[in-house]
Design a protein around this ligand. Structure first.
Ligand code: KIV
Length: 294
C-alpha cells in the first residue's frame, strides 16, 4: 500500500505558509523520472520520495525526438512496469505520478477518461502541462474525481514548438504571468507544480507564494523538491546535458566499456568460461556419450 501522495507533498512544504506539523521531517523532496520496473525498484531502494513516469519516456528510451509522439498506450505500458517495480522494492510505499501525454487532456471528457485509465493502471497522481483553460478544466475534473494532480509550468516539452527557447519567465512580465498561472493551477486544485527551466528568483517567489509544493528542474534550490530523469542523473544519456542536469555517475561510459569487453571476449573466445557453463550429472553424461558413439 502506498503512502498518500498528499502526505508526502505536504511534508515537504518549507514555505512560511506551510501547514505541516512540527513533528514532520522537512527536507526537499527527491522525485525521479523512471520508465521501467528495475529502475523504479532501484530508485525506491535508494530513498526517492516520489517516482514520475514522465512522457520524457519518448525522448529518453523510445527514440523519439519529442514528447509529442508519446501515446496513452505507451504511458500505460511503462506505468505498469514502474508500479510493479516500486511495489517489489524494499520501500513499496513510494507514490508514482504519471504524465498525461500530449493531446490526452484537450477536453474535459478526454481528461476524465485518460486520467482514469492512468489511475486504474496504478498511478497515485497525474501530471499535466500548462495553465491554458483546457489544462485548468482538466485539473478541476480530475481533482473532482479524486485524482491528485501535479501541474507543470516553465519549459513544457509538449508545447516546445510554440515556446521561445528553453528558459521561461526571464522578463518581469513573463515571471508575473508564470506566478499567475501557478496560482490558477493551485486554485483549480493542483497539489503540486513542477517548475522547469525558470530563473531561480522566479521559482523562489512562486514557492513562497503558493501553499502547494513546488518541484524544480532547473528552477534553483528554493523549490520544495527537485526532479531529474534517472538516465540523466546516472550519466546514461549521451550528448551534452541541459545545465540543470547533474551527472552523479558516468553510467554511459561504464556501460559502453562493459559492452565492448563482452564483444571483445566473445570475439576472442575468452567468454564464456567453465564458470559460466552448466554440466550434466556424470551418469547422464556417460549415457549421452555412449549414444553419440553408437
Ligand atoms: O517527462 C518528464 O520526465 C518530466 C520531468 C522532467 C519533470 O516532465
Amino acid at each position: 500500500m502506498s503512502v498518500s501522495l498528499l502526505r508526502v507533498l505536504r511534508a515537504s512544504k518549507t514555505s512560511p505558509s506551510s501547514t505541516r506539523s512540527p513533528s514532520e521531517t522537512v527536507h526537499p523532496l527527491a522525485m525521479i523520472a523512471v520508465y521501467d520496473a528495475p529502475t523504479a525498484a532501484l530508485c525506491c531502494d535508494a530513498g526517492a520520495d516520489l517516482l514520475l513516469v514522465g512522457d520524457s519516456l519518448g525522448n529518453v528510451v523510445l527514440g523519439f525526438d519529442s514528447t509529442v509522439s508519446v501515446t496513452l498506450e505507451m504511458m500505460l505500458h511503462h506505468l505498469g512496469a514502474v508500479v510493479r517495480g516500486a511495489r517489489q522494492s524494499s520501500r513499496n510505499e513510494v507514490p508514482v505520478v504519471a504524465d498525461l501525454p500530449f493531446g490526452t487532456y484537450a477536453t474535459i471528457a478526454d481528461a476524465a477518461r485518460n486520467g482514469a485509465a492512468l489511475m486504474q493502471a496504478g498511478a497515485h497522481g497525474l501530471k499535466l502541462e500548462g495553465a491554458a483553460s483546457s489544462s485548468l478544466d482538466a485539473v478541476r475534473v480530475l481533482t473532482q474525481m479524486g485524482a491528485p494532480v501535479v501541474g507543470h509550468l516553465g519549459f513544457t516539452p509538449q508545447s516546445a514548438l510554440v515556446l521561445n527557447g528553453v528558459v521561461q519567465g526571464k522578463t518581469a512580465a513573463a515571471a508575473r504571468q508564470l506566478l499567475e498561472d501557478a496560482r490558477r493551477l493551485q486554485d483549480a486544485g493542483c497539489v503540486a507544480i513542477v517548475l522547469e527551466a525558470v530563473p531561480s528568483e522566479v521559482a523562489q517567489i512562486v514557492t513562497q507564494q503558493l501553499v502547494i509544493t513546488t518541484i524544480g528542474i532547473g528552477a534553483g534550490a528554493t523549490c520544495d523538491g527537485q526532479v531529474l530523469v534517472w538516465h540523466d542523473l546516472v550519466g546514461l544519456s549521451s550528448g551534452a546535458p541541459f545545465r540543470f542536469v547533474k551527472r552523479f555517475a558516468q553510467a554511459h561510459e561504464t556501460s559502453q566499456d562493459a559492452t565492448r569487453a563482452f564483444v571483445e571476449e566473445v570475439h576472442q573466445s575468452t567468454f564464456p568460461t567453465r564458470d559460466n557453463e552448466y554440466s550434466m550429472p556424470d551418469a547422464e553424461l556417460a549415457l549421452w556419450r555412449e549414444e553419440q558413439v553408437r
